[in-house]
Design a protein around this ligand. Structure first.
Ligand code: XMP
Length: 554
């Protein structure tokens, strides 16, 4: 598994664990049509064969200001290719073996489009097979992990490579190419992949056995840079250009109708709201649901920034009493989540109903949430993650979705946020779960515990910021434990709560590693929390990774 230091936070306000199937009444366009129609960018197509790191290819290209989309191989028909009109094609890696009968193939048309094609790992192998070469599997063909490729002749794709004789690359293959296709030449070899880099320069076809998109191929970005240069991309994909295009598209989609948005204060909903506001102004109303489970000063900061600084129409739904009342005496984690999820929907709907004629619901859905994944269980996969869906909204609301961030990766959303003038303090925020502090307060939730938790969390985050670690960490927070322990402060005995500090690094929240703080940092933070937060006399650090733990405590 290759680790990516990419923050893919989810800042939706509805508890994901309760989200059931997507409600039918939320009409989600297959693609964001207005933007697609206005799409004037040069486009690169990534055909996905199911590699774990296909998204990284897209990220490397977007960093080069090249617009690209990932599509599963099953969906790439000739008609699709004509409509998409790619300026270049990349064939991704994948888990299958081309030597297996019925294994995935690229559409043959890809090789007659007259555009540059780059095959990576499985993509290289299917390219070779389809163009008349041979791939073998078995003893001595596999190579996993770091390898070193040596050059063989000159190739523009490899400009800037081999300054040190060999290049470090990341290999992850069971099979290898044993015979190159007619027209191809060898330009690089590695001990277990004698045909590690091959190319047919006259047709602009390139094939590499390794993964240039991962960090373990340190010079890999250069290879993509060379490829898009060879394909003639001008680098016209910038957030400035996207902003203009998205605004036009939003105006076309919404017309003179009204939009509502559940603002959570997280980066995705914040950027979506700011963009839509720029497009349609007062036609947008945001609802910020304050369930009493927010962090210290959060409501004031979010409402203050959007309402007072940015002039957005924000309804501050102060429903603390309702939520905390319903949660009284409840200690089962799933029951808590169910209560919060149901109340959130009720409250959101109550406020939304007061907005006359709202026809659209805005969401900060991101590109990783909508990329269709390759399914080997038969047929094209239609599983689209609906992380950011305000799920469970009753059918009768019949709202259409506006998702202006559907084409963007997280870092692009941040860049767009900066472009729209949102402060860095908002753009770089750690994710915060919809159920809020409820799932950081195992056992029964009381106002007293929530107050203690807020204070401890604020000290912890302050420590992290002071040590310059905030942007290094994917998510950090305090959980207050349902246990009191004995301590001694001054000459007196204390009997107060214990708390756990949590800090993790993650790619997308699906897996996570605990953050390796220094002992000095932990010691200093524990002292500060105990000195500054009345009610806590013991601090622990949670060193569980996910799996087997989860990031939140409940
Ligand atoms: P877990 O605890 O499942 O969390 O490892 C993974 C990531 O998801 C966030 N999280 C949620 N976000 N609604 C949300 O919007 C939820 O119900 C929810 N539960 C967990 C969590 O903070 C972490 O970033």
């Amino acid at each position: 598994m290759i680790l990516r230091r990419l923050r893919g936070e989810s800042d939706i306000t509805v508890p994901s664990r309760q989200r059931g199937p997507r409600p039918l009444a939320l009409i989600r366009p297959a693609l964001y049509p207005a933007i697609m129609e206005n799409q004037t960018h040069e486009r690169l197509l990534i055909i996905d064969f199911g590699s774990q790191v296909t998204q990284l290819i897209a990220r490397r290209l977007r960093e080069l200001n090249v617009y690209c989309e990932i599509h599963p191989y099953q969906n790439v028909t000739d008609r699709f290719l004509t409509d998409f009109a790619p300026k270049a094609v990349i064939l991704s890696g994948g888990p299958d073996s081309v030597t297996r009968e019925g294994s995935p193939r690229a559409p043959d048309t890809v090789f007659t489009l007259g555009v540059p094609v780059l095959g990576i790992c499985y993509g290289q192998q299917t390219m070779m097979t389809q163009l008349g070469g041979r791939v073998v599997s078995g003893h001595g063909t596999a190579e996993f992990g770091r390898a070193f490729v040596s050059p063989q002749g000159k190739l523009p794709l490899l400009d800037g490579w081999f300054a040190d004789e060999t290049e470090q690359v990341w290999m992850s293959h069971g099979d290898h190419v044993s015979e190159i296709a007619p027209g191809f030449e060898i330009y690089g070899t590695s001990p277990n992949a004698p045909l590690a880099i091959t190319a047919d320069v006259s047709r602009n076809f390139y094939a590499v056995q390794f993964h240039p998109e991962v960090h373990h191929t340190p010079n890999g970005a250069k290879l993509y840079e060379n490829f898009v240069k060879l394909a003639g991309f001008t680098g016209d994909w910038t957030m400035g250009a996207y902003r203009e295009q998205a605004i036009t598209a939003i105006r076309e989609q919404i017309g003179d109708k009204k939009v509502i948005c559940a603002l959570s204060g997280g980066v995705d909903s914040s950027v979506a709201a700011a963009l839509i506001h720029e497009a349609v102004g007062d036609q947008l109303t945001c609802v910020f649901v304050d369930h009493g489970l927010l962090r210290q000063d959060e409501a004031v900061e979010v409402v203050g920034m959007f309402r007072d600084n940015m002039n957005l129409s924000v309804i501050h739904a102060e429903e603390q009493e309702l939520f905390l009342g319903e949660l009284e005496g409840v200690s089962d984690p799933e029951t808590k989540r169910k209560i919060i999820g149901k109340l959130f929907i009720d409250v959101f709907q109550k406020y939304a109903n007061d907005i006359d004629g709202a026809e659209f619901l805005a969401q900060g859905t991101l590109y990783p949430d909508v990329i269709e994944s390759v399914s080997f269980s038969g047929g094209p996969s239609v599983t689209i993650k609906s992380h950011h869906n305000v799920g469970g909204l009753p059918e009768k609301m019949g709202l259409k979705l506006v998702e202006p961030l559907r084409e963007l990766f997280k870092d692009e959303v941040r860049a767009l946020g900066r472009e729209l003038g949102l402060p860095d303090s908002f753009i770089g925020r750690h994710p915060f779960p919809g159920p809020g502090l409820a799932i950081r307060c195992p056992g029964e939730i009381t106002r007293e515990k929530l107050d203690i938790l807020r204070k401890a969390d604020a000290v912890y985050i302050d420590q992290i910021r002071k040590h310059g670690l905030y942007d290094e960490i994917w998510q950090a927070f305090v959980a207050i434990l349902p246990v009191r322990t004995v301590g001694v402060m001054g000459d007196g005995r204390t009997y107060d709560y214990a708390c756990a500090l949590r800090a993790v690094n993650s790619v997308d929240g699906m897996t996570a590693d605990y953050y390796p703080f220094s002992h000095e940092f932990l010691g200093e933070t524990a002292t500060r929390i105990i000195n500054e937060v009345k009610g806590i006399n013991r601090v622990t650090y949670d060193i569980t990774s996910k799996p087997p733990g989860t990031i939140e405590w409940e």
